[in-house]
Design a protein around this ligand. Structure first.
Ligand code: HEM
Ligand code: HEM
Length: 170
């Protein structure tokens, strides 16, 4: 069975866990006690996702994905490729929009208190900041819905179609 490379699998699962964590921290941040510093952790995790995603994209360009099962209908292959492409876009746009939003604010930005992260030279009135704010509010909902479909599709392949699609990523 042709599988994703070990590096691709490790990056897929590490990034997936970090994204689920950050979606949860983002959606629920108001529910946490004010002194828990939830948002600094959210930002640090988000920047980690961005760095790992850049690595993952380079790796992916050098190591093509294994072929999908020949029996898979063309529209399903198309839907899978479109979703995966969108996921890569979201893995870049969500952290970048957060970084841009944060750059317009006064709070310090660092990576788990270990080192300062530079801010973009943007101000609250800039159009890119408003755009980032809108994107950062809307896109997580789209992403959560697509992740549910992605997981549903993976489980359908494994449990109903009983092919190797999930196993190649394990
Ligand atoms: C893949 C990475 C990320 C995901 C999935 C994510 C997701 C979210 C979600 C779901 C929210 C709540 C949105 C809402 O209340 O409507 C949020 C809020 C926020 N995120 Fe992120 N985020 C990511 C990365 C980042 C990064 C890298 C930064 C900054 C460096 C950041 C800064 C913020 C801030 C400041 C808020 C609060 C917005 C507010 O309520 O005013 N995020 N994020
Ligand atoms: C936040 C969550 C997740 C994200 C952002 C995500 C993202 C991705 C991306 C971008 C790919 C395409 C890889 C490539 O060809 O370059 C992929 C493939 C895959 N993912 Fe996920 N994933 C997530 C969670 C999951 C979960 C929970 C499962 C299983 C239950 C899963 C199962 C798979 C499988 C089986 C593939 C391979 C599909 C194929 O062979 O074409 N993913 N994922």
């Amino acid at each position: 069975m042709a599988r994703y490379t070990a590096v691709a699998r490790a990056l897929h699962w590490a990034i997936a866990v970090l994204i689920l964590l950050n979606l949860a921290l983002g959606f629920a941040h108001d529910a946490f006690p004010k002194d828990w510093a939830v948002m600094p952790v959210h930002k640090s995790i988000g920047l980690t996702i961005l760095a790992l995603t850049l690595l993952r994209i380079v790796w992916r360009l050098v190591h093509p994905a294994p072929r999908l099962p020949a029996a898979m209908p063309l529209w399903e292959k198309g839907a899978a490729h479109a979703t995966h492409f969108l996921f890569y876009a979201l893995m870049l746009i969500l952290p970048l929009s957060g970084w841009i939003m944060t750059s317009a604010g006064t709070r310090p930005l660092n990576w788990f208190l270990l080192f300062d992260v530079p801010k973009f030279g943007v101000g609250k009135e800039d159009a890119i900041v408003g755009l980032s704010r809108g994107a950062h509010e809307l896109l997580p909902w789209l992403w959560a819905a697509l992740i549910a479909i992605h997981v549903g599709a993976a489980l359908r392949h494994h449990l109903v179609l009983k092919d190797d699609v999930l196993r190649r990523m394990l």
